[in-house]
Design a protein. Sequence first.
Length: 74
Amino acid sequence: MKPSQQYLSYLLRLWRSGKDERVAWRASLESPLSGERRGFASLKDLFTFLEVQANSLADQGAETDHNHERGDEK
């Protein structure tokens, strides 16, 4: 992820898997920039991944802002 990147984008695919009581949602995310695809066995796993990615992006933004305030350029 580039330090100056201010957003994340993915192609999201959702589908149901299983039968009767065992039906579960599955998901995959594909990066339009790299083509990398990541699969998820549950929506909970998907949301956890997205939360980690969003927090990482926010942390990078905060670090970049702090470095600019101090005059440090990376």
